[in-house]
Design a protein around this ligand. Structure first.
Ligand code: G3P
Length: 252
């Protein structure tokens, strides 16, 4: 059956010393504990190798927040999936709405990134989600379907089975406005049905679908109690151990 996961996405926050202290603090807080979910931290590229070396990566997985859509070569400033994998990171967050909106990442670009991530042994945490106008127009179901189909549905069943999805309604990101647990459950169940129609019920049932968007210690328990919400992708509340730990413990 599918895994529960609580993943942090630090975004463009923390210097290297600050990030190392945060990662070590989380590692320390998890000592002697066996959470009922996998724990992942998504850090800036500059932190990946040092963070992976400083923590018990059997307990805390490390994720990049992006990777290039090219394999290697003359792409100044880019970081390839192979480079990410060589740091000890095992995951890569792809398709975050900030990357789609600010860096113009299209479904086609993301499709290539997903393929390169998988080819290099990384697990993509693939983000989908609608903006407010789309939600208000009742288009959120078709928006997430198009995002999934446009970037993931050319994958073989074997490769698709390696994907983690994160539903992040853009109107809930960093706004303090969370989707209700019923709204999250409704769309997560819809997403799972979309996956089942393409890859069959077993693969759909085994796919972890995270919720992201102002998830915190006070709403995590209710969100994670929903049958199709398998954990969270956490932004702001992943930047302090005492805010992140209660979200991890929401599964206990
Ligand atoms: O990827 C996590 C994210 O976008 C949610 O951010 O700060 O609303 O938890 P935040």
């Amino acid at each position: 059956m599918r895994k529960n996961i609580v993943a942090g996405n630090w975004k463009m926050n923390t210097t290297l010393p600050e990030g190392l202290a945060l990662a070590k603090g989380l590692d320390e807080a998890l000592k002697g504990k066996t959470p009922n979910c996998d724990v992942i931290i998504g850090t800036p590229f500059t932190h990946l190798a040092s963070v992976a070396a400083a923590i018990d990566t059997n307990k805390i997985g490390v994720a990049a927040e992006n990777c290039a859509d090219k394999e290697k070569g003359a792409y100044t400033g880019e970081v390839s999936a192979a480079m990410v994998a060589s740091t000890g990171a095992k995951y890569v967050i792809l398709g975050h709405s900030e990357r789609r909106a600010y860096y113009h990442e299209t479904p086609e670009i993301l499709k290539t990134k997903v393929e390169l991530a998988l080819a290099n042994g990384l697990t993509p945490i693939f983000c989908i989600g609608e903006v407010l106008e789309e939600r208000e127009a009742g288009k959120h179901f078709e928006v997430v379907d198009a995002q999934i189909k446009g970037s993931l549905f050319d994958l073989s069943a074997e490769d698709f089975a390696k994907i983690v999805l994160a539903y992040e309604p853009v109107w809930a990101i960093g706004t303090g406005k969370t989707a209700t647990s019923d709204q999250a459950e409704e769309i997560h169940a819809h997403i799972r049905a979309t996956l089942a129609a393409k890859y069959g019920q077993e693969i759909a049932d085994n796919c972890t679908i995270l919720y992201g968007g102002s998830c915190n210690a006070s709403n995590a328990k209710e969100l994670f109690a929903k049958p199709n919400v398998d954990g969270g992708l956490i932004g702001g509340a992943s930047l302090a151990v005492d805010k992140f730990m209660p979200i991890i413990e929401a599964f206990n």
